[in-house]
Ligand binder design. Structure first.
Ligand code: A3P
Length: 276
C-alpha cells in the first residue's frame, strides 16, 4: 500500500499527508501527550494532534487508510510522522492491523511505575464518574479481589498496568528493534534524556533544545516552547493533576502483586525499570 497520497519521484521535499511511520501506543497515563508534544518540537517530527483510535475502534478502522492519512499532518518524505493513541497497547486487534498496514512501523511505549499508573488511571475513571453524577467506588473495592490480597485483573485500571500481557501480543508481529521503551516517571522530572533516546531511535540529529522545555513551578511540570515562539505551552488541567489518596498499605500490596508482571516485562523487553 503506498505510504503517501501522491508519489512524486522528482521532489522528495513535497509536502504531503502521509500515513504514520511511528506510533506512540501507550501506556494510558504514561505521559503520552507530554511525550508527543515534546517530540513535535523536533523539526523533523510531525505529530497528529488528536488521538485517532484508528487501529482499536472498528468503526474508525472501517473508514480506511485514505481517511486515516487525511488525519495526518503534512510532511516531507524524510520526516517522522507520528500518531498517538494510548489505547492501542491493550487492544487485541491493533497489533495485527498495524502490521498489515506497515510491518516496519516504529513503536514507542512510555511506561510508568504500574502502581502510580493504576492510581492515575483510577483517578481519571473516578473523576469521569463524578462528572456524570455516578457513585464513586473506593480504590480498594475495585482494584483488589474479595480476598483483599490479590489484584482484580478484570478491572481496567489494573489491566492497563499489566504491560507484559499486552506487549506479548505486539511482539508476535514486531521485533524488539522496532520498539522504544521510555521511562514515563523520569520523563516527568527530566525529559531531555528520554527525548535524546527518541532522536537516536529515529536516527535524527539532536535538535530539541533544553531551553524549549520550561519547568512551570505552578503546574509542577515542564511546558513546551516551539523554537519560533516566546512562551511555553503547558498541558491541560487533566494532565498532572492530584491523585485520589491511596494508603501506603494498599500501594505496597499493589506493588507486591505487580512484581511478577514487571519481571515478565523486563525479560520480554530486555530492559529494567526501577519501580517500587
Ligand atoms: P497524572 O495526571 O496522573 O499526573 P497521558 O498523557 O498518557 O494520559 O499521561 C498523563 C500523565 O502525563 C500525567 O499523569 C502526568 O504525570 C504525565 N506528564 C508527564 N509530563 C508531563 C507534563 N510536562 N505536563 C503534564 N503532565 C505530564
Amino acid at each position: 500500500y503506498p505510504l503517501a497520497s501522491t508519489i512524486d519521484f522528482d521532489s522528495s521535499e513535497e509536502l504531503l499527508q502521509r500515513l504514520p511511520n511511528a506510533l506512540i501506543i501507550g501506556a494510558r497515563k504514561g505521559g503520552t501527550r507530554a511525550l508527543l508534544d515534546a517530540m513535535a518540537l523536533h523539526p523533523r517530527i510531525k505529530a497528529a494532534r488528536r488521538e485517532i483510535h484508528f487501529f482499536d475502534h472498528n468503526e474508525t478502522f472501517a473508514f480506511g487508510y485514505d481517511w486515516y492519512r487525511d488525519q495526518m499532518p503534512f510532511s516531507i518524505s524524510d520526516d517522522v510522522t507520528v500518531e498517538k493513541t494510548p489505547a492501542y497497547l491493550a487492544s487485541e486487534l491493533a497489533p495485527r492491523r498495524v502490521f498489515a498496514m506497515n510491518p516496519e512501523m516504529k513503536l514507542i511505549v512510555i511506561l510508568r511505575d504500574p502502581v502510580i499508573r493504576t492510581i492515575s488511571d483510577f483517578t481519571q475513571v473516578v473523576l469521569t464518574r463524578m462528572e456524570r453524577n455516578k457513585t464513586r467506588p473506593t480504590f480498594e473495592s475495585v482494584v483488589f479481589n474479595n480476598d483483599s490480597r490479590t489484584i482484580n485483573t478484570d478491572y481496567k485500571p489494573i489491566r492497563n498496568s499489566l504491560y507484559a500481557k499486552h506487549l506479548k501480543r505486539w511482539l508476535k508481529y514486531f521485533p524488539l528493534s522496532q520498539f522504544l521503551f521510555l521511562d514515563g516517571d523520569k520523563f516527568i522530572t527530566n525529559p531531555i534524556p528520554q527525548l535524546r533516546a527518541v532522536e537516536r531511535f529515529f536516527a535524527l540529529p539532536a535538535a530539541i533544545q533544553p531551553d524549549q522545555l520550561v519547568f512551570n513551578p505552578m503546574k509542577g511540570f515542564y511546558c513546551f516552547r516551539k523554537a519560533e515562539k516566546r512562551t511555553a505551552r503547558c498541558l491541560g488541567d487533566s494532565k498532572g493533576r492530584a491523585h485520589v489518596p491511596v494508603s501506603l498499605k494498599s500501594q505496597r500490596l499493589l506493588a507486591k502483586n505487580f512484581r511478577f508482571h514487571n519481571d515478565k516485562l523486563f525479560k520480554l523487553i530486555n530492559q529494567r525499570f526501577l519501580w517500587s
